[in-house]
Ligand binder design. Structure first.
Ligand code: A2P
Length: 274
């Protein structure tokens, strides 16, 4: 599964499974997790300037001695940067921190600063998108996209975009099926990438998930990760433990359409799973 890729709309192949690094402490913890992931066969790593762990990700990649072109690395523009020049400068800082000449995918991290979720930055997002188009044209990002964008946020940038975003990375998990955004992105050829496929761990102990997982003879984590793949997404389970990284990538099974519908309709708020 770890070597399986799907093509983005510009034919850049994205590995279906990647290591998420959100909430991994910078420095040694991230370094070891990325090193372990590469050792067990991951070829796709997702980071962000906002996670403050790009340096450790870059160092682990360098020390692995895997050829850069065999890997897929994503990073993201910090959510408060909404100017053209600010975005260009931030990208340069990211590839410097990663210590690599290019990234495979560069995303606008969110349509609003995390400190002001839901605030309107329609003009700023168009400015930032123009910068990403410039970066894409330079070849220093093989693909560009967005993260946490709703259909309305996407329509806003499409009103002036020359390049349609190649991907939208969203929190997609059982309990948060994101039907509207997935349908809209699918229609536009924008690849969905699922972050937090385990609902940050909360969904792992949910009784319905546990029961269905045992029916498939898989672990709850494997069922939850497979769910995101069956929804057409590339997926980014996060773990700092090598044995879990292996478990999370052993998801070569199929969920029946009936069970997929049950999982998609599941209404439990994942934050209340426990
Ligand atoms: P850890 O990093 O200690 O392995 P998400 O990917 O939805 O953000 O979830 C990440 C959380 O789920 C982390 O707390 C991670 O803990 C935990 N986790 C990841 N994989 C597994 C697994 N296979 N079994 C149990 N917990 C897991």
């Amino acid at each position: 599964m770890l070597k399986k890729r799907i093509p983005l709309s510009n034919d850049t192949p994205i590995p279906i499974i990647g290591l998420g690094t959100w909430q991994m402490p910078p420095g040694d913890v991230t370094y070891k997790a990325v090193k372990d992931a590469l050792d067990v066969g991951y070829i796709h790593v997702d980071t962000a300037a906002g996670y403050q762990n790009e340096e450790a990700v870059g160092r682990a990649i360098k020390d692995s001695q895997i050829k850069r072109e065999d890997l897929f690395v994503t990073t993201k523009l910090e959510s408060h940067i909404k100017t053209y020049q600010g975005a260009l400068d931030a990208f340069d800082a990211s590839i410097k921190a990663l210590d690599m000449p290019y990234v495979d995918l560069y995303l606008i991290h969110a349509p609003w600063p995390w400190s002001d979720i839901g605030s309107n930055h329609a003009k700023g997002n168009i400015e930032a998108w123009k910068a990403l188009e410039t970066i894409y044209a330079s070849g220093k990002a093989k693909a560009i996209g967005i993260s946490n964008f709703s259909p309305n946020d996407i329509k806003n940038i499409l009103s002036e975009a020359k390049v349609i975003p190649h991907a939208n990375q969203i929190g997609l998990f059982v309990g948060n099926p994101q039907h509207e955004t997935v349908d809209y992105c699918t229609e536009k050829g924008i690849q969905i990438i699922a972050y937090s496929p385990l609902a940050i761990g909360y969904a792992l102990t949910d009784s319905m998930v546990v029961k269905m997982a045992s029916h498939y003879n898989v672990t709850p984590a494997q069922l939850l990760i497979r769910y995101t793949i069956e929804r057409g997404a590339a997926t980014l389970p996060k773990s700092t433990h090598a044995h879990r990284m292996i478990e999370n990538a052993t998801v070569d099974f199929q969920i029946s359409s009936e069970d997929l519908a049950l999982l998609s309709a599941y209404k439990n708020d994942p934050r209340k799973f426990n």
